[in-house]
Design a binder for this molecule. Sequence first.
Ligand code: ZN
Length: 133
Amino acid sequence: MKKIEHIGIAVNDIKASNALFEKLLGHPPYKQEEVVSEGVKTSFFMNGPNKIELLEATDTNSPIAKFLEKKGEGIHHIAFDVADIAQEIVRLQSEGFVLLNDIPKKGADNKLVVFLHPKSTNGVLIELCQEIK
Ligand code: ZN
């Protein structure tokens, strides 16, 4: 597993949060993207070597909508960069981690992603992502 690729923050209103984070970081998001299959709108801010992803639900049944309903706005997940996602899935499953999806899916920002169940990671939703080349 490599560096933290990004931190995902669930927000109620991505337009308002884009403006807020633009004020905070001093520059606009470099990318905005809707992932229809996940029911989210995302935006990505680069800040030095670090990346922040904002997520707004577009569908009341989406995982982000459920998170916002239960916990409100805040840090939703931490994503780690991996070189070989298939190999990491096998390794983590053999270590007893529970995956939310064990077949990588196409996420935002040109990545293949899988999520680890927060039950097996101290309450933190962990995303693994591998850049699609
Ligand atoms: Zn993410």
